[in-house]
Write a protein of this length. Structure first.
Length: 488
Protein backbone atom coordinates (compact mmCIF):
# COMPACT_ATOMS: atom_id res chain seq x y z
CA UNK A 1 0.00 0.00 0.00
CA UNK A 2 1.37 3.40 -0.91
CA UNK A 3 1.82 5.99 1.80
CA UNK A 4 -0.95 8.52 2.13
CA UNK A 5 0.00 12.02 0.99
CA UNK A 6 0.81 14.57 3.71
CA UNK A 7 -2.01 16.72 4.93
CA UNK A 8 -1.92 19.99 2.98
CA UNK A 9 -1.09 23.10 4.97
CA UNK A 10 -3.84 25.73 4.73
CA UNK A 11 -2.65 28.98 3.07
CA UNK A 12 -3.77 30.86 6.16
CA UNK A 13 -1.41 28.81 8.31
CA UNK A 14 1.53 29.48 5.98
CA UNK A 15 0.90 33.21 5.90
CA UNK A 16 0.42 33.45 9.65
CA UNK A 17 3.53 31.36 10.33
CA UNK A 18 5.65 33.60 8.12
CA UNK A 19 4.21 36.74 9.67
CA UNK A 20 4.76 35.55 13.26
CA UNK A 21 8.33 34.46 12.59
CA UNK A 22 9.31 37.65 10.80
CA UNK A 23 7.69 39.88 13.41
CA UNK A 24 9.08 37.92 16.36
CA UNK A 25 12.62 37.93 15.00
CA UNK A 26 12.39 41.52 13.76
CA UNK A 27 10.88 42.98 16.91
CA UNK A 28 13.03 40.81 19.18
CA UNK A 29 16.20 41.69 17.29
CA UNK A 30 15.38 45.41 17.23
CA UNK A 31 14.67 45.46 20.96
CA UNK A 32 17.94 43.67 21.65
CA UNK A 33 19.95 46.18 19.60
CA UNK A 34 18.14 49.11 21.23
CA UNK A 35 18.93 47.74 24.67
CA UNK A 36 22.53 47.21 23.61
CA UNK A 37 22.87 50.89 22.74
CA UNK A 38 21.01 52.40 25.69
CA UNK A 39 22.01 50.42 28.78
CA UNK A 40 25.50 50.81 30.27
CA UNK A 41 24.68 48.86 33.42
CA UNK A 42 26.11 45.61 34.73
CA UNK A 43 24.20 42.52 35.79
CA UNK A 44 27.32 40.69 37.01
CA UNK A 45 31.06 41.48 36.61
CA UNK A 46 31.65 38.48 34.32
CA UNK A 47 30.03 40.33 31.43
CA UNK A 48 32.98 42.76 31.55
CA UNK A 49 35.94 40.94 33.05
CA UNK A 50 35.49 37.56 31.32
CA UNK A 51 35.02 39.07 27.87
CA UNK A 52 35.26 42.84 27.28
CA UNK A 53 38.26 43.55 29.47
CA UNK A 54 40.54 40.70 28.32
CA UNK A 55 39.54 41.55 24.75
CA UNK A 56 40.50 45.19 25.38
CA UNK A 57 43.85 43.98 26.69
CA UNK A 58 44.36 41.85 23.56
CA UNK A 59 43.54 44.69 21.15
CA UNK A 60 44.78 47.82 22.92
CA UNK A 61 47.46 46.36 25.19
CA UNK A 62 46.02 47.25 28.59
CA UNK A 63 43.13 46.26 30.82
CA UNK A 64 42.30 44.93 34.27
CA UNK A 65 42.99 41.22 34.82
CA UNK A 66 40.52 39.04 36.71
CA UNK A 67 41.88 36.03 38.57
CA UNK A 68 40.53 33.69 35.89
CA UNK A 69 42.89 35.21 33.32
CA UNK A 70 45.82 35.18 35.71
CA UNK A 71 45.47 31.60 36.91
CA UNK A 72 43.98 30.36 33.63
CA UNK A 73 40.49 29.29 34.66
CA UNK A 74 39.07 30.42 31.32
CA UNK A 75 40.20 29.74 27.78
CA UNK A 76 40.68 32.58 25.31
CA UNK A 77 37.90 31.71 22.85
CA UNK A 78 35.34 34.26 24.09
CA UNK A 79 37.81 37.15 24.56
CA UNK A 80 39.21 36.39 21.09
CA UNK A 81 35.71 36.62 19.61
CA UNK A 82 35.12 39.96 21.33
CA UNK A 83 38.59 41.16 20.35
CA UNK A 84 37.73 40.47 16.71
CA UNK A 85 34.68 42.72 17.07
CA UNK A 86 36.82 45.42 18.72
CA UNK A 87 39.29 45.18 15.83
CA UNK A 88 36.48 45.37 13.30
CA UNK A 89 35.07 48.43 15.02
CA UNK A 90 38.47 50.14 15.09
CA UNK A 91 38.99 49.25 11.44
CA UNK A 92 35.92 51.23 10.42
CA UNK A 93 36.85 54.23 12.56
CA UNK A 94 34.80 53.38 15.65
CA UNK A 95 37.81 53.06 17.94
CA UNK A 96 36.29 54.69 21.04
CA UNK A 97 34.23 52.96 23.74
CA UNK A 98 30.92 54.01 22.24
CA UNK A 99 31.97 52.48 18.93
CA UNK A 100 33.47 49.15 19.88
CA UNK A 101 31.12 48.54 22.82
CA UNK A 102 28.07 49.45 20.75
CA UNK A 103 29.09 47.11 17.96
CA UNK A 104 29.92 44.27 20.34
CA UNK A 105 26.78 44.54 22.41
CA UNK A 106 24.70 44.92 19.25
CA UNK A 107 26.19 41.73 17.79
CA UNK A 108 25.50 39.85 21.02
CA UNK A 109 21.93 41.13 20.91
CA UNK A 110 21.48 39.88 17.36
CA UNK A 111 22.88 36.50 18.39
CA UNK A 112 19.78 36.28 20.59
CA UNK A 113 17.60 36.72 17.51
CA UNK A 114 19.64 33.98 15.81
CA UNK A 115 18.95 31.73 18.80
CA UNK A 116 15.22 32.37 18.40
CA UNK A 117 15.47 31.39 14.73
CA UNK A 118 17.35 28.31 15.88
CA UNK A 119 14.38 27.46 18.11
CA UNK A 120 12.19 27.55 15.01
CA UNK A 121 14.63 25.32 13.12
CA UNK A 122 14.86 22.85 16.00
CA UNK A 123 11.07 22.60 16.33
CA UNK A 124 10.76 22.06 12.58
CA UNK A 125 13.42 19.35 12.76
CA UNK A 126 11.16 17.52 15.21
CA UNK A 127 8.13 17.68 12.94
CA UNK A 128 6.40 20.83 14.16
CA UNK A 129 4.47 22.85 11.61
CA UNK A 130 5.89 26.21 10.60
CA UNK A 131 3.07 27.93 12.50
CA UNK A 132 3.61 26.06 15.76
CA UNK A 133 7.39 26.41 15.47
CA UNK A 134 7.11 30.18 14.92
CA UNK A 135 4.85 30.59 17.94
CA UNK A 136 7.29 28.55 20.04
CA UNK A 137 10.25 30.63 18.83
CA UNK A 138 8.46 33.79 19.98
CA UNK A 139 8.76 32.52 23.57
CA UNK A 140 12.50 33.13 23.30
CA UNK A 141 12.45 36.04 20.84
CA UNK A 142 10.09 38.26 22.84
CA UNK A 143 10.13 37.08 26.47
CA UNK A 144 11.57 39.27 29.22
CA UNK A 145 14.48 37.17 30.49
CA UNK A 146 16.06 36.45 27.08
CA UNK A 147 15.65 40.12 26.16
CA UNK A 148 17.32 41.26 29.36
CA UNK A 149 20.40 39.12 28.97
CA UNK A 150 20.76 39.39 25.20
CA UNK A 151 23.18 42.35 24.77
CA UNK A 152 25.57 41.25 27.52
CA UNK A 153 28.93 39.89 26.38
CA UNK A 154 28.65 36.61 28.26
CA UNK A 155 29.57 33.08 27.27
CA UNK A 156 25.96 31.97 27.72
CA UNK A 157 24.77 34.38 25.01
CA UNK A 158 27.66 33.64 22.68
CA UNK A 159 27.11 29.89 22.86
CA UNK A 160 23.29 29.71 22.77
CA UNK A 161 22.90 29.96 18.96
CA UNK A 162 25.59 27.32 18.45
CA UNK A 163 23.77 24.97 20.84
CA UNK A 164 20.30 25.27 19.34
CA UNK A 165 21.43 25.27 15.69
CA UNK A 166 23.83 22.41 16.35
CA UNK A 167 21.06 20.26 17.75
CA UNK A 168 18.67 21.32 14.98
CA UNK A 169 21.13 20.08 12.35
CA UNK A 170 22.34 16.91 14.04
CA UNK A 171 19.01 15.66 15.45
CA UNK A 172 16.88 16.17 12.35
CA UNK A 173 15.42 12.82 11.22
CA UNK A 174 17.50 11.41 8.38
CA UNK A 175 20.16 14.10 8.82
CA UNK A 176 22.91 13.85 6.24
CA UNK A 177 26.52 13.25 7.20
CA UNK A 178 27.25 16.91 6.44
CA UNK A 179 24.44 18.04 8.76
CA UNK A 180 25.63 15.80 11.59
CA UNK A 181 29.21 17.02 11.21
CA UNK A 182 28.11 20.66 11.10
CA UNK A 183 25.80 20.23 14.07
CA UNK A 184 28.42 18.47 16.18
CA UNK A 185 30.94 21.15 15.21
CA UNK A 186 28.60 23.88 16.44
CA UNK A 187 28.25 22.04 19.75
CA UNK A 188 32.03 21.73 19.96
CA UNK A 189 32.29 25.49 19.46
CA UNK A 190 29.66 25.97 22.17
CA UNK A 191 31.83 24.02 24.64
CA UNK A 192 34.83 26.11 23.67
CA UNK A 193 32.82 29.19 24.62
CA UNK A 194 31.29 27.67 27.77
CA UNK A 195 32.45 24.42 29.32
CA UNK A 196 29.03 23.48 30.74
CA UNK A 197 27.70 23.05 27.22
CA UNK A 198 29.42 19.69 27.23
CA UNK A 199 26.10 18.42 28.61
CA UNK A 200 24.57 19.00 25.17
CA UNK A 201 27.40 17.07 23.50
CA UNK A 202 26.82 14.07 25.73
CA UNK A 203 23.10 14.45 25.10
CA UNK A 204 23.54 14.50 21.31
CA UNK A 205 25.53 11.27 21.26
CA UNK A 206 23.10 9.70 23.73
CA UNK A 207 20.03 10.58 21.68
CA UNK A 208 21.60 9.28 18.47
CA UNK A 209 22.57 6.07 20.23
CA UNK A 210 19.06 5.70 21.67
CA UNK A 211 17.72 5.96 18.13
CA UNK A 212 20.21 3.25 17.12
CA UNK A 213 21.59 5.64 14.55
CA UNK A 214 25.09 4.31 15.07
CA UNK A 215 26.59 5.93 11.99
CA UNK A 216 25.54 9.41 13.07
CA UNK A 217 26.58 8.72 16.66
CA UNK A 218 30.06 7.68 15.55
CA UNK A 219 30.39 10.71 13.29
CA UNK A 220 29.24 13.09 16.01
CA UNK A 221 31.60 11.51 18.52
CA UNK A 222 34.54 11.82 16.13
CA UNK A 223 33.79 15.49 15.45
CA UNK A 224 33.41 16.24 19.16
CA UNK A 225 36.70 14.48 19.84
CA UNK A 226 38.37 16.74 17.28
CA UNK A 227 36.93 19.80 19.00
CA UNK A 228 38.11 18.48 22.37
CA UNK A 229 41.60 18.20 20.89
CA UNK A 230 41.35 21.80 19.69
CA UNK A 231 40.17 22.89 23.16
CA UNK A 232 43.21 21.25 24.73
CA UNK A 233 45.54 22.64 22.09
CA UNK A 234 44.25 26.18 22.62
CA UNK A 235 44.97 25.86 26.33
CA UNK A 236 48.38 24.37 25.58
CA UNK A 237 49.28 27.32 23.36
CA UNK A 238 47.90 30.01 25.69
CA UNK A 239 48.29 28.60 29.20
CA UNK A 240 51.07 26.08 28.66
CA UNK A 241 49.16 22.93 29.62
CA UNK A 242 46.64 20.73 27.86
CA UNK A 243 43.09 21.46 29.07
CA UNK A 244 44.49 23.86 31.67
CA UNK A 245 41.42 26.13 31.82
CA UNK A 246 39.01 23.21 32.18
CA UNK A 247 41.08 21.60 34.94
CA UNK A 248 41.48 24.83 36.92
CA UNK A 249 37.80 25.73 36.47
CA UNK A 250 36.53 22.31 37.56
CA UNK A 251 38.89 22.22 40.52
CA UNK A 252 37.77 25.67 41.66
CA UNK A 253 34.04 24.97 41.28
CA UNK A 254 33.54 21.24 41.90
CA UNK A 255 36.50 20.13 44.01
CA UNK A 256 37.11 23.20 46.18
CA UNK A 257 33.55 24.57 45.89
CA UNK A 258 34.81 28.15 45.95
CA UNK A 259 32.02 29.43 43.71
CA UNK A 260 29.79 29.18 46.78
CA UNK A 261 31.52 32.34 48.01
CA UNK A 262 29.33 34.25 45.55
CA UNK A 263 26.17 32.80 47.05
CA UNK A 264 24.25 29.56 47.16
CA UNK A 265 20.60 28.73 46.54
CA UNK A 266 18.31 25.69 46.91
CA UNK A 267 17.27 23.34 44.11
CA UNK A 268 14.03 25.26 43.53
CA UNK A 269 15.84 28.54 42.83
CA UNK A 270 15.54 28.51 39.03
CA UNK A 271 11.86 27.62 39.01
CA UNK A 272 11.10 30.27 41.60
CA UNK A 273 13.01 32.99 39.77
CA UNK A 274 11.63 32.13 36.34
CA UNK A 275 8.10 32.31 37.75
CA UNK A 276 8.87 35.70 39.24
CA UNK A 277 10.51 37.14 36.13
CA UNK A 278 8.12 35.76 33.49
CA UNK A 279 5.60 33.49 35.15
CA UNK A 280 3.07 33.05 32.35
CA UNK A 281 5.78 32.39 29.76
CA UNK A 282 7.34 29.81 32.09
CA UNK A 283 4.05 27.99 32.65
CA UNK A 284 3.12 28.00 28.95
CA UNK A 285 6.59 26.82 27.91
CA UNK A 286 6.64 24.08 30.54
CA UNK A 287 3.16 22.83 29.69
CA UNK A 288 3.78 22.73 25.95
CA UNK A 289 7.23 21.17 26.42
CA UNK A 290 5.71 18.29 28.37
CA UNK A 291 3.25 17.76 25.51
CA UNK A 292 6.29 17.33 23.24
CA UNK A 293 7.54 14.35 25.25
CA UNK A 294 6.17 11.75 22.85
CA UNK A 295 7.53 13.32 19.67
CA UNK A 296 10.80 14.74 21.02
CA UNK A 297 11.76 12.61 24.04
CA UNK A 298 15.48 12.92 23.41
CA UNK A 299 15.45 16.70 23.12
CA UNK A 300 13.27 17.01 26.20
CA UNK A 301 15.63 14.72 28.12
CA UNK A 302 18.71 16.74 27.12
CA UNK A 303 17.06 20.05 28.05
CA UNK A 304 15.81 18.64 31.36
CA UNK A 305 19.24 17.20 32.18
CA UNK A 306 20.89 20.59 31.61
CA UNK A 307 18.31 22.26 33.86
CA UNK A 308 18.52 19.68 36.65
CA UNK A 309 22.32 19.54 36.70
CA UNK A 310 22.46 23.30 37.08
CA UNK A 311 19.77 23.22 39.76
CA UNK A 312 21.88 20.73 41.72
CA UNK A 313 24.87 23.09 41.85
CA UNK A 314 25.01 25.27 45.01
CA UNK A 315 25.94 28.51 43.21
CA UNK A 316 23.20 29.61 40.84
CA UNK A 317 22.63 32.54 38.53
CA UNK A 318 19.73 32.88 36.13
CA UNK A 319 22.07 33.62 33.22
CA UNK A 320 23.40 30.05 33.43
CA UNK A 321 20.14 28.86 31.86
CA UNK A 322 20.34 31.06 28.76
CA UNK A 323 21.79 28.29 26.50
CA UNK A 324 18.87 25.93 27.26
CA UNK A 325 16.03 28.44 26.92
CA UNK A 326 15.93 28.22 23.08
CA UNK A 327 15.59 24.44 23.42
CA UNK A 328 12.54 24.78 25.64
CA UNK A 329 11.08 27.29 23.17
CA UNK A 330 11.53 24.69 20.42
CA UNK A 331 9.92 22.03 22.58
CA UNK A 332 7.00 24.37 23.17
CA UNK A 333 6.60 24.62 19.39
CA UNK A 334 6.53 20.82 19.10
CA UNK A 335 4.00 20.57 21.92
CA UNK A 336 1.82 23.26 20.38
CA UNK A 337 1.85 21.39 17.09
CA UNK A 338 0.66 18.24 18.89
CA UNK A 339 -2.34 20.22 20.12
CA UNK A 340 -3.07 21.88 16.77
CA UNK A 341 -3.11 18.50 15.00
CA UNK A 342 -6.10 17.48 17.11
CA UNK A 343 -8.10 20.60 16.29
CA UNK A 344 -10.27 20.85 13.16
CA UNK A 345 -9.34 23.54 10.64
CA UNK A 346 -11.11 26.75 11.56
CA UNK A 347 -10.31 30.40 12.28
CA UNK A 348 -10.66 29.66 16.00
CA UNK A 349 -7.84 27.12 15.73
CA UNK A 350 -5.44 29.94 14.91
CA UNK A 351 -6.21 31.63 18.20
CA UNK A 352 -3.96 29.21 20.08
CA UNK A 353 -0.63 30.10 18.42
CA UNK A 354 -1.61 33.77 18.53
CA UNK A 355 -2.23 33.42 22.27
CA UNK A 356 1.25 31.94 22.73
CA UNK A 357 2.76 34.88 20.84
CA UNK A 358 0.66 37.25 22.94
CA UNK A 359 2.02 35.71 26.14
CA UNK A 360 5.57 36.20 24.88
CA UNK A 361 4.90 39.76 23.75
CA UNK A 362 3.26 40.73 27.03
CA UNK A 363 6.29 39.41 28.89
CA UNK A 364 8.54 41.49 26.65
CA UNK A 365 6.60 44.64 27.52
CA UNK A 366 7.53 44.04 31.16
CA UNK A 367 11.27 43.80 30.44
CA UNK A 368 11.94 47.39 31.45
CA UNK A 369 10.32 46.82 34.85
CA UNK A 370 12.56 43.93 35.88
CA UNK A 371 14.25 44.27 39.25
CA UNK A 372 17.25 42.36 40.55
CA UNK A 373 14.86 40.48 42.80
CA UNK A 374 12.91 39.37 39.73
CA UNK A 375 16.14 37.98 38.27
CA UNK A 376 17.26 36.30 41.49
CA UNK A 377 20.30 38.57 41.80
CA UNK A 378 21.33 40.52 44.91
CA UNK A 379 18.19 39.20 46.60
CA UNK A 380 19.49 40.07 50.07
CA UNK A 381 21.02 43.41 49.08
CA UNK A 382 18.81 45.30 46.63
CA UNK A 383 15.95 43.09 45.42
CA UNK A 384 13.72 46.05 44.51
CA UNK A 385 16.37 47.97 42.59
CA UNK A 386 15.94 48.19 38.83
CA UNK A 387 18.01 45.62 36.96
CA UNK A 388 18.68 48.18 34.26
CA UNK A 389 21.62 50.58 34.02
CA UNK A 390 23.04 49.49 37.37
CA UNK A 391 26.26 51.52 37.73
CA UNK A 392 25.56 52.85 34.24
CA UNK A 393 26.26 56.45 35.38
CA UNK A 394 29.66 55.33 36.68
CA UNK A 395 30.51 53.75 33.33
CA UNK A 396 29.44 56.85 31.41
CA UNK A 397 31.66 58.95 33.66
CA UNK A 398 34.50 56.51 32.93
CA UNK A 399 34.01 57.25 29.24
CA UNK A 400 34.03 60.98 30.00
CA UNK A 401 37.22 60.61 32.06
CA UNK A 402 38.96 58.78 29.24
CA UNK A 403 38.32 61.75 26.93
CA UNK A 404 39.94 64.31 29.25
CA UNK A 405 43.31 65.46 27.88
CA UNK A 406 44.84 65.96 31.35
CA UNK A 407 43.87 62.69 33.04
CA UNK A 408 47.00 60.78 34.06
CA UNK A 409 45.46 58.52 36.69
CA UNK A 410 41.96 57.86 38.03
CA UNK A 411 40.66 56.51 41.32
CA UNK A 412 37.14 55.11 41.41
CA UNK A 413 35.82 55.75 44.90
CA UNK A 414 32.13 55.38 44.09
CA UNK A 415 32.11 51.62 43.41
CA UNK A 416 34.21 48.47 43.54
CA UNK A 417 36.12 48.20 40.26
CA UNK A 418 34.51 44.80 39.60
CA UNK A 419 31.13 46.53 39.24
CA UNK A 420 32.40 49.02 36.68
CA UNK A 421 33.30 48.75 33.02
CA UNK A 422 37.03 48.94 33.68
CA UNK A 423 39.30 50.02 30.85
CA UNK A 424 36.72 48.87 28.34
CA UNK A 425 34.87 52.08 29.21
CA UNK A 426 37.76 54.19 30.52
CA UNK A 427 39.95 53.48 27.46
CA UNK A 428 43.00 55.36 28.66
CA UNK A 429 46.39 53.79 29.32
CA UNK A 430 46.94 55.29 32.76
CA UNK A 431 46.61 53.75 36.25
CA UNK A 432 43.07 52.97 37.38
CA UNK A 433 42.80 52.66 41.16
CA UNK A 434 40.19 50.89 43.25
CA UNK A 435 38.16 52.50 46.04
CA UNK A 436 40.60 51.15 48.64
CA UNK A 437 43.64 52.38 46.74
CA UNK A 438 46.01 55.24 47.61
CA UNK A 439 44.72 58.39 49.27
CA UNK A 440 43.98 61.50 47.24
CA UNK A 441 47.00 63.22 48.75
CA UNK A 442 49.33 60.55 47.31
CA UNK A 443 49.71 62.44 44.04
CA UNK A 444 49.39 59.19 42.08
CA UNK A 445 46.23 60.16 40.19
CA UNK A 446 44.78 63.39 38.83
CA UNK A 447 41.03 62.61 39.00
CA UNK A 448 38.57 60.76 41.19
CA UNK A 449 35.16 59.35 40.41
CA UNK A 450 33.18 59.67 43.59
CA UNK A 451 29.82 60.45 45.15
CA UNK A 452 28.64 64.04 44.95
CA UNK A 453 28.76 64.38 48.73
CA UNK A 454 32.43 63.39 48.88
CA UNK A 455 33.97 66.07 46.66
CA UNK A 456 35.75 67.93 49.52
CA UNK A 457 38.20 69.72 47.26
CA UNK A 458 38.86 69.82 43.55
CA UNK A 459 36.89 70.79 40.46
CA UNK A 460 33.84 68.86 39.30
CA UNK A 461 34.29 68.32 35.57
CA UNK A 462 31.34 65.97 34.95
CA UNK A 463 28.43 64.51 36.86
CA UNK A 464 25.57 62.08 36.45
CA UNK A 465 23.05 61.12 39.09
CA UNK A 466 24.76 60.83 42.47
CA UNK A 467 28.24 60.48 40.93
CA UNK A 468 30.79 63.12 39.99
CA UNK A 469 34.13 63.21 38.22
CA UNK A 470 36.54 65.51 40.05
CA UNK A 471 39.88 67.00 39.01
CA UNK A 472 42.16 67.14 42.05
CA UNK A 473 43.98 70.39 42.90
CA UNK A 474 47.51 69.04 42.34
CA UNK A 475 46.54 67.96 38.82
CA UNK A 476 49.52 65.68 38.13
CA UNK A 477 50.51 62.06 38.71
CA UNK A 478 53.69 60.69 40.21
CA UNK A 479 54.97 57.38 38.77
CA UNK A 480 53.70 54.34 40.68
CA UNK A 481 55.86 51.24 40.21
CA UNK A 482 53.63 49.35 42.68
CA UNK A 483 50.46 49.73 40.61
CA UNK A 484 48.97 46.44 39.41
CA UNK A 485 46.43 45.71 36.70
CA UNK A 486 45.04 42.80 38.72
CA UNK A 487 41.36 43.27 39.53
CA UNK A 488 41.05 43.58 43.31
Amino acid sequence: MSASPPTPVPPTDRLLARTILILALGVGGSLRVWLALTDDGIYWPDEVFQSLEPAHRLVFGYGMQAWEFIEGARNWALPALVAALFKLSAGVGLDGPRGYLGLTRGVFGLLGAVSAWGSWRLARAHGASALAAAAGASLFALAAVPLYFAPRAMSENASAPAVVLGLALALAPGASRRAVVAGASLLGLAVLLRLQNGIFCVGLVGVLAARRDWRSAREALAVLAAWAFFFGLLDRLTWGRWFHSALVYLDFNLVQGKAAAWGTAPFAYYGRVLMRAMGTVTLVTLGLSLLAARRAPGLLGVAAAFFVLHALQPHKELRFLVPVLPLFAALAGVGLDAVLRHLPPSPARLALPLAVVGVAGFSGLRTGQLTFGDLGQYENVKPRASAWDDFGPVNRLLIAAGRLPDVCGLKVEAAHLAWTGGYSYFHRDVPLYAHNGPRRESGLFSHVLTLSGAVANGEVVASEGPFVLVRLPHGGCAPDPAWSSRLP
